[in-house]
Each structure stands twice: as C-alpha cells, then as structure tokens.
Design a protein around this ligand. Structure first.
Ligand SMILES: [Fe+2]
Ligand SMILES: [Fe+2]
Length: 231
C-alpha cells in the first residue's frame, strides 16, 4: 500500500504531465482545425468533430487546473519532453509543433493523412492509458481525480474516431507499422524514463503562471456545473 506522501507525489507528477498535454492538445488543435477547414471545406461534419475535440481538450485542461487550485499549489514545471504529441510530431515530421508548416500539410494529401494518423494514434494511446489509470488505487482514493479520469475516458473515443473514419473514407490505411512503433517507443520512454525521473526530482520547480495565462480558457456556466471542478 503506497504511503500518503508517495500517493501525493504520484498524483502531483501525473497531473502535471496531464495538464501539460491537455494544454498542448487544445492549443495545437487550433492549427489542425485551420488545416482541416482549408483541406476539407465541405466536410462540415468532420470540421464539427475536430472543433468538439478541441473544446474537450480545453475542458480537460480546466479540470486539471481546478484540481491543482484545490491542492493549493501550481503544477510542476515540465518541458515538452513529457509531451506525447510533441515527441510524435518531432519523430514523424522532423520538426516541433510550432515549426509544422500548415500550408504544406494542406497542400499535400500524404502530409495531411500523416497528421490525421498521428492524432489518431496519440488519442488511442491516451484512451488505453486512462483505462490503466482508472484501476490505480492512488487515483481511486482521490474522488476528484478519479472523476476527472472517468470524464477523460468517456470523451476519448470521440477524439480518435473522427480521424480514423476520415482515413477510412479516403480508403487509406489507418496507421503504418512504423508510426505504431514510434507511438509505442514514445509511450515507453515517457512511462519508464521521463515520469520516474520527474517523480524523483525533488528540486523540480513549479510553474509561476498557468499555461493559459495569455489567453485564459473558460467554460460556460452550464458546462462547469456538470464537472468535478464546480465546487
Ligand atoms: Fe484530453
Ligand atoms: Fe483526447
């Protein structure tokens, strides 16, 4: 049975990694949405699904933010080394998310399909990981954290199915073996190296400002009432 201090640190590290990834997710999806609108202007259903995906990731970000506010401290300061999507984009496109050339992606079927596959695989990985986390006793012992992961788990299929279905509609392979291998390797590096290193880094600083400080993310009152961040 983990000690209380171990459990607190575990949740602190986990939530710090998640809040980074959720923030990175919804802000990066702005670029994806731009590419989808330009590439498939008539596919209103697909555009609506990507818009919903972005809204969900922002909601997830806000749930973790509220969890930290309840704890009375800021998240640990992590870098993009803990970002699954950062590593995946770097691996597949050989550049950072910021360096991705949206114009080039829009102009090339192969590049656009590659981007869809990267997002699909990242979200499928996220879904499987949350299934593992929901069985974790430390998470089960924190009712708010458990509820957050239940919501993330419920939302996740709608995050990979739009891209998977779009690829299927084009008659394209939904993922290539080397992309699946990259996803697997990135996941192992994060779980076996990055997370334990962060857990053991007692001197790790905390963020001084929230990631969304430049453009604060907000939810409608009706949405907030349904979340474990309401109180
Ligand atoms: Fe998310
Ligand atoms: Fe997601």
């Amino acid at each position: 049975m983990p000690t209380k201090a171990f459990g607190r640190r575990y949740l602190d590290v986990l939530a710090s990694v998640y809040i980074y990834n959720e923030f990175r997710g919804y802000t990066s999806l702005d670029r994806v949405l731009e590419a989808v609108r330009a590439r498939c202007p008539d596919e209103t259903g697909f555009i609506a699904e990507v818009t919903k995906h972005r809204a969900d990731e922002r909601k997830h970000y806000l749930m973790f933010k509220r969890w930290f506010e309840r704890q009375g401290h800021m998240p640990l300061k992590v870098d993009r080394g803990v970002g699954h999507i950062d590593r995946f984009i770097q691996w597949v496109f050989r550049c950072t998310i910021e360096e991705l050339d949206t114009g080039e992606i829009v102009a090339s079927s192969a590049e656009f399909e590659k981007l869809c596959r990267v997002i699909m695989l990242t979200e499928q990985r996220g879904y499987r990981q949350v299934e593992v986390l929901l069985k974790n006793r430390t998470i089960q012992a924190d009712p708010v954290m458990r509820k957050i992961f239940e919501i993330v788990h419920r939302d996740e299929p709608e995050h990979y199915l739009p891209y998977q279905r779009w690829l299927e509609r084009q008659g394209r392979a939904t993922a290539k073996w080397n992309e699946r291998a990259a996803d697997w390797c990135i996941h192992k590096v994060l779980m076996l190296i990055k997370l334990p290193a962060l857990f053991l880094d007692a001197g790790c600083e905390r963020l001084a400002v929230w990631p969304d400080w430049q453009a604060p993310a907000t939810l409608a009152e009706t949405d907030i009432a349904a979340l474990p961040i309401a109180a």
